[in-house]
Unconditional design. Sequence first.
Length: 201
Amino acid sequence: MNATNCPYCGAEIQEQEVGNKIWYCRHCSHSLLLEAQPFIQPIQSTTDSSALLSLGSSFICRQQRYTTYGFLNFAHNEGIRTEWLVKDGSDDDYYLVADDENFFLLQSQAKQQSEIPNWESLQPNTHFNYSGKDWLVTEQRRMTLEDFSSNALPSDLKNSSRNDTYLIADNAETLMIMFNDDAMAFRQGFWLDPFEIEVCQ
């Protein structure tokens, strides 16, 4: 493995547990998020029904089966993000978010659980406490809605753009905060290794 240096203090980061997506600098104690670089990722398409992951297809993740029933496609300055609307076997709603090589399985939160700073102040590599847990801000995205299935446009997305913030806690737990004008929406779940997603044939 090539040496990795801490972006905060410059000290060399010693290799840690392979499956852990958050490493720590033992010199300055900062948390560091490792970007996933899988050799293979699931093939997805919102228009090609022959793709492994497409509208109406099913997949198994962490011993639970999910089926896609809608999608939202957003553009941002680094690429495209697809939000698959999925249901589990109990008919509960989830989002499978595919952004670059990252996948997140998230569920909407009913209400804000503690005070949230504005979008501009949630800069990458900063920490803040939400609902009694320490979260690391990993990314900010300005999203523009480009395409969606006819059943997928909820009332809180009537505007064509929004600002999103991604945060991560221990064990790859993920929080996504969506800022749309003066409104905020929350989704919480987990970052997924793409190899955890088994597409059903």
